[in-house]
Ligand binder design. Structure first.
Ligand code: PLP
Length: 424
């Protein structure tokens, strides 16, 4: 099918996520036909640098031979089998790998298919665990203002972005919200409500979807200590920060924090296939043990939970961190990115602030006005110059694959600077 025909059909039959369909008709968005490394190609053969890692999940680049081969090899064995009542080698091996990589104490792996469900699962686990320990009053969750933990009802309930809350309020449960980065605010809330609280949930170090808001050093450690002091669980949502994004495998490592529950997704399969996991401590796992008739079972699981192809892709992804020394190679690129942003983007009049942690960048544009859609116009201008970037309101996000070549990284910043200058 020709591009024009595909575009017309798209407008006729598709409903895109997080998208105002009315504007979509006029957008002429690229239709991506193939990709290689950090580059996407549309149906007309135009090349774009994948500046947001295909929604923050691509790690080692597109069409990496090792991940491609791992999926093909698994395809020759079995594409899908259930984990309800059965098991399979890639799920078992991947769980061991995750246990060995994760912060100490997270010894059990529960699979799902998206970041939202990984969070949903953590919330249900924490709730049920307390009930089964004989503390059924612990039903509440403490979350941070501007947090984003996904778009399913439970994950929105523990989120802190008002726009999503106001739309769906009658469908949500009430969480206790505290100011992000403020340990004293958390302390006050736990002092007052501690006995009703099942868990505190945080995005460690960086609140991604809020616009790459950075937490002060020591905050995560303080949160862990407060949770311990008040006897509540800590859930770390590493969906965006996990698998190298902040410069370490997991953001928790920067502050030597081990949560009780940890959610991972996005980069787990290198951005190839939908797979997520909720990691739990042995103590949480054991709180669900009992006779069959006790109904202490964790009542959760999806058709595609632990899909073998996705687990094979994840195993290959994690192996590449060793064989390609991904985190070591990333360090100079983090410095290069910082330097290029300071040289090219920071001097622009329209730029209010640049926030960077590792390979997570938010460029905040001055004078936010939702009607002007400046961030969106920057996206369109960047596209014309050969890069895909996606704004969060008026924050332009850069989150390239960790494997991006230094030259391409420089070009991405150059394109972004040019796009901001043109669109503002
Ligand atoms: N948690 C965090 C921190 C995220 O950034 C996201 C997505 O951006 C999610 C959860 C939801 O993940 P998914 O879109 O895979 O459901």
């Amino acid at each position: 099918m020709e591009t024009a025909e595909l575009a017309a059909l798209d407008r006729e039959v598709l409903w895109h996520p997080f998208t105002q369909q009315l504007g979509w008709s006029e957008e002429a968005a690229p239709i991506i036909a193939r990709a290689e490394g950090a580059t996407l190609f549309d149906t007309d053969g135009n090349a774009y640098i994948d500046g947001v890692s295909s929604l923050w999940c691509n790690v080692h680049g597109h069409r990496h031979p090792a991940i491609d081969a791992a999926i093909r090899a698994q395809l020759d064995r079995v594409a899908h089998t259930t984990m309800l009542g059965l098991s399979h080698p890639p799920a078992i091996e991947l769980a061991r790998r995750l246990r060995d990589l994760a912060p100490a104490g997270l010894t059990r792996v529960f699979y799902s298919d998206s970041g939202s469900t990984a969070v949903e699962i953590a919330v249900k686990m924490a709730f049920q665990w307390w009930a089964q320990r004989g503390e059924p009053a612990r039903t509440r969750f403490v979350c941070l203002e501007n947090a984003y933990h996904g778009d399913t009802l439970g994950s929105v309930s523990v989120g802190g972005i008002d726009l999503f809350h106001s739309r769906y309020r009658p469908l949500l449960f009430d969480a206790l919200r505290v100011a992000a980065g403020d340990a004293e605010a958390l302390e006050r809330t736990l002092a007052r409500h501690g006995a009703e609280v099942a868990a505190v949930i945080v995005e460690p170090l960086v609140q991604g979807a809020a616009g790459m808001l950075l937490q002060p050093p020591g905050y995560l450690r303080a949160v862990r200590e407060l949770c311990d002091r008040h006897g509540v669980l800590l859930i770390c949502d590493e969906v965006a920060t996990g698998f190298g994004r902040t410069g370490r495998m997991f953001a928790c490592e920067h502050e030597q924090v081990s949560p009780d529950l940890m959610c991972v997704a996005k980069g787990l399969t290198g951005g190839y296939l939908p797979l997520a996991a909720t990691l739990a401590t042995e103590a949480i796992h054991d709180g669900f043990l009992g006779a069959h008739a006790d109904y202490r079972t964790f009542f959760h699981g999806h058709t595609y939970t632990g899909n073998p192809l996705a687990c094979a892709a994840a195993l290959a992804t994690l192996e590449l961190f060793d064989s390609e020394r991904t985190l070591e190679m990333l360090q100079p690129k983090i410095v290069l990115l910082e330097r290029e942003l300071a040289a090219r983007v920071a001097p622009l009049e329209a730029v209010a602030e640049i926030r960077q942690r590792g390979f997570m960048v938010g460029i905040e544009l001055a004078g936010f006005d939702p009607a002007l859609r400046t961030g969106h116009r920057v996206t369109l201008a960047a596209r014309r110059r050969g890069a895909i970037v996606r704004p969060l309101g008026d924050v332009v996000v850069l989150m390239p694959p960790l494997s991006i070549a230094p030259e391409q990284l420089r070009r991405l910043v150059e394109i972004t600077a040019g796009a901001i200058a043109q669109a503002t």
